[in-house]
Design a protein around this ligand. Sequence first.
Ligand SMILES: NC(=O)c1ccc[n+]([C@@H]2O[C@H](COP(=O)([O-])OP(=O)(O)OC[C@H]3O[C@@H](n4cnc5c(N)ncnc54)[C@H](OP(=O)(O)O)[C@@H]3O)[C@@H](O)[C@H]2O)c1
Length: 699
Amino acid sequence: SALRRVYAPKAHGIWNLHMIAVKSGLGACVLFSSIAALLGGGGQANYAAANCCLDAVSASRRQHALPGTSVQWGPWADVGMAAGGDVNARLQAGGFSLITLVEGMSALEVAMTHLAHPSFAVAKVQWSRFSTNSSETPAFFQELDLRPRESKSAAATSTPARAVATSALTTDRVVEIAQHLIGNSVDADVPLLEAGLDSLGAVELKNSLQSYSGTGVLPSSLVYDHPTPRLLTDFISLSVVVDKVDPMTQPSEIIGLDHVTGVARSLLGSTVDPDVPLADAGLDSLGAVEFRNQLQGLLRGYGLSLPNTLVLEMPTLRQLGQHLAHTTAAFATDVVEPDVQATSAKDLYTDVSVRDWSDAKHGCLSCQRRGKPGLPVIVAVSSIEGTVVLTVPSEFQGDVYRLEHEHISTGSKAALSETSLQMLAAKYARIIVEELQGRSDSDISFYLLGASFGSFLAHLIAAEAEKLGRAPAGIVLIEPLPVLPLSQHPNFVSPRPVTGGLACASIESARRTSLDPRYDDTMETSIGDLEQLYNSQPDDYLPFLLTQRLSDLGMKQFNLEAIMENGRRIAVCEHHTTLWREPLEHHMPALADVTRVLVVFASPSAREAFFSFSFGVTGDANLPSAVSRFYGTAMAAEVHVDGSHSDVAYRCLTNRVLEFAESLLKFVAEQEVRHADTLQLQIHQWSSSKAWSANAQRC
Ligand SMILES: NC(=O)c1ccc[n+]([C@@H]2O[C@H](COP(=O)([O-])OP(=O)(O)OC[C@H]3O[C@@H](n4cnc5c(N)ncnc54)[C@H](OP(=O)(O)O)[C@@H]3O)[C@@H](O)[C@H]2O)c1
């Protein structure tokens, strides 16, 4: 009866459901099996057998071309039969960590795709603690050679073995592994990226070194932080030194955002927004030194030294937290979280995280940073992916708004209905003007700022805002991408169709460039490969795949929110790219007299001919650039910054280019002074006119 009670509901239940569903048909069929089906478990023969039935039914359905996936779940944390109490404690003691809701839902998302294996296990295992309570090693582990029975004490005594394994990792061995990946000879002191290692190879090398050296989790940006075989060997050997040096203070956790937030709170006496620069939150230079020292104290035992300029280099708590999490993950010995939690050392370029949209107007305009009332505001215009990344210099003291695509916040398909860039611009102009007019300081001036695709959108929004009687005081175009009547251009080549795969390739390649300027060449040559990779996958699978790849690059956490957000970005990118390729009815519209322009170009820019076409100005090598010719006297400055298109865009947007930051501040200041002068002039003329006495009271 013990067998029947547990076995029957699942085994017979699934068979009955299967027989009914064969007739009616199912779009998806995901069965909740258990890790017990894979690993067994003391006293769980009935349960393991029942779940094996689910796995078998799933396999059989797939053989008959019917949908079916059986997920062998490990224990869940928050809900269900394992949540809370003794079971939970026993499982954790045996080496199982608990699956969170977000992780479980991410896995479920995978299971729903028809690419998923007919049955697969989802479990979080701390292998150093894992024990099956059995004298025999389960067949599964014998085959995989995972040495699962290493208990905590065994792990401690095995440290020398691990040290031997790691120290056996010589520079020659790293060279050998790299040569195998690149297919060419490699010098121990030449950066591997220069020697031909591409970005995917970098991930493979990291994985090979990780399993070869047995150091545990290595950072995703390993090859970028330690570019040559010799530097790589030194870095990996360091983790052994740390183990040996100070076993008493052996680090056991990842230091991350929570820790840095705690230290900041204790110093400043209040909670600090993780995305606000600490200097803006009131941390002065002495405080910055103290802050750095306290964080250094937390890192005792990790063998890491923080620079004195820490807060200057990483101004926000989020950037700091991500950097430390990434660095300490490589050292922590008891890291529970798998690779997917890795965060980027190149935190300056890390994606915006999923955020609270509750205060966003029309689902697309939100205030990123509150400044002082009465001062001019900046509105950052969305990129081709529909999102915005912007860190303005702290000297800019007005509000900063983000204008992002509504589909990102709502996921509504209706939000993707615009059929031209002008329609989109008109909608955004309406929303911005409405917001400004609703403010108590409704007469303030505003500036539109965009990069790449977003910069020409900013131009179009400025033209639409003027129609509504509210032209911006300035627009800032960072690495503008011409919007073209493409079909009329002499070099016009019929573009590839816009697909989700193309959108993914463009998102990933932009991220790769932003990760490190050294990616440039690889990115340019591999975008076709990326597109091929993504285009060969079904559309439903793309958000998952993109998130996984960004996570491998250390740029994004792998969780359900990230998968969903990427799905929306892909849709917006597809939509925007289509609009961008639509020939404009006319050339770019002229702007109002009051609107001045600041342009930043990656130098050298090879797009002169396209700009001439886009603006309808004739080309002449002896004249200033097409952009300057078009904007004429409205052009305040044309700044040139070295780097590729994406690199310059990202560095300017994240406030890493001093020249741009200075130009931006000067640009705004000049317009404000100009504006004030105009007012004074009007008052002066007015006061000397005959109307003066009549209007004196009002004046
Ligand atoms: N939660 C986990 O950690 C975990 C791990 C591995 C696998 N799983 C699998 O995931 C599934 C859901 O687990 P859970 O944690 O959500 O379980 P749960 O909270 O215990 O819920 C079990 C559900 O099954 C129903 N049920 C129990 N006995 C039944 C029977 N003889 N006939 C029909 N229905 C019956 C219960 O109905 P009543 O509410 O009416 O009692 C309840 O709705 C299970 O198949 C489990 O084996 C869960």
